[in-house]
Design a protein around this ligand. Structure first.
Ligand code: F3S
Length: 386
């Protein structure tokens, strides 16, 4: 792998031990994937931010680092809202440990926007090279924005943030971004037929880690977000194309002759929806957009919640839409920034949770130890207020 003179000095430890270690991580990664060089990045998004997922060893590693990030960098959701953790039901000991994680990241110069939707904060655009690590954010950046990032682990995203470069391989290279499988979505007729999280949940299982081209659908941006997040969770999809919709599917005319074709049927989608009792309802996986907050405010108008109803969104999005947050919270529902239904220990206290997300449906059982039920956003509101 080609290193320029300044890379070599970093690797020799001339710019400190932390930068040396970070360069070592990137060089090792580049060698594994046979990268010939580095590519400069414009931003990074670092996962491994919740104390629930990194624990005391992760915290100790972060506290041992001494450097500043070289590019704008944000965090994945942490385990609690930064300021209202007590009201959210987080225990003192967890809050203490989580606060130390946040402080360790703050010292590295990372913006304390803790979200899986950093694209709502306008830190990337078409063609940018990135080092992002949260799987749904990676799928959105590659597919919906046409930016370029591999699915980084937390340490490799942090290393790239500190060095300002990442190994040039995988999805950074245009020729690796062609579709590898075609997905036909057979629309059903019921009210759940266009539930994009459910469609993605099924499609991800069928395509695995390949790059799919989806045909016969016209999702909007929020729906693409739900679709990609679910495919990234049940498969390992880091890039997908939608015929006539996503930027690269419009720019390049992909040849699909000879590719395997798989189908997502309306019956498969409908079969995901089981009507069981739940203790709590959670939406915002990935974090809600302003339009999704508006839809929830409309659905909740004149209603009161009868069970805990949590709506997760990026702090910046919630602050810019404080009127919608106030309208939602008049119902008793809570809009929670910085964290989410999967990485917060608060959600571990429920035995069953209703979600509107194909990704959360896949992750809640393993990460929270709870039964998960999926519904449309309207159904989630009905159950939360019924
Ligand atoms: Fe985001 Fe948490 Fe879902 S990180 S994509 S809300 S599991």
């Amino acid at each position: 792998m080609y290193l320029d003179k300044s890379d070599e000095k970093v690797l020799a430890g001339e710019f400190g031990e932390t930068r040396r270690k970070m360069m070592e991580i990137l060089v090792a990664l580049g060698e594994v994937y046979e990268a010939e060089s580095f590519i400069p990045i414009t931003s990074a998004q670092v996962s491994g931010a919740s104390y629930k997922t990194i624990g005391k060893w992760g915290l100790a590693w972060l506290q041992s680092l001494d450097a500043r990030v070289a590019v704008p960098t944000v965090l994945n959701p942490i385990g609690m809202p930064r300021d209202t953790w007590r009201e959210f039901g987080i225990r003192d000991e967890f809050a203490h440990n989580q606060t130390q994680v946040i402080e360790a990241y703050r010292r590295l110069g990372i913006r304390l926007e803790c979200t899986c939707t950093p694209y709502y904060l306008n830190i990337t655009e078409y063609g940018n090279h990135l080092a992002w690590s949260e799987s749904s954010a990676v799928a959105y950046a590659n597919s919906v924005l046409g930016a370029r990032t591999n699915r980084e682990g937390g340490p490799s995203a942090l290393a790239a943030a500190i060095i300002g470069k990442t190994p040039y391989y995988g999805l950074h290279i245009v020729t690796n971004r062609r579709p590898q499988v075609v997905v036909e979505v057979e629309g059903g007729t019921g009210p759940r037929a266009d539930h994009w999280g459910a469609i993605g949940h099924i499609a991800g299982k069928k395509v695995g880690n390949r790059i799919p081209l989806l045909e016969g659908i016209r999702p909007n941006r929020d729906q693409l977000k739900a679709l990609g997040a679910a495919m990234a969770a049940t498969g390992a999809v880091a890039l997908f194309h939608v015929e006539g919709i996503t930027p690269e599917a419009r720019v390049f005319s992909f040849k699909t002759d000879g590719l395997e074709r798989v189908t997502v049927t309306g019956d498969e989608v409908e079969a995901l929806f089981e009507e069981t009792d739940v203790e709590a309802v959670a939406v915002g996986c990935p974090h809600c957009s302003a339009d999704e907050l508006r839809e929830l405010a409309d659905l909740l108008r004149g209603k009161m919640t009868t069970k805990p109803f949590y709506i997760f969104a990026a702090r910046g999005v919630a602050e810019r839409n404080s009127d919608l947050v106030a309208a939602i919270e008049r119902s008793g529902a809570r809009v929670i920034p910085d964290t989410c239904m999967v990485v917060s220990p608060r959600m571990d206290e429920f035995a069953s949770i209703m979600v509107d997300s194909g990704k959360a449906l896949a992750y809640v059982p393993g990460m929270c130890g709870a039964l998960a039920r999926i519904g449309t956003r309207k159904e989630c509101v009905e159950v939360a207020t019924g």
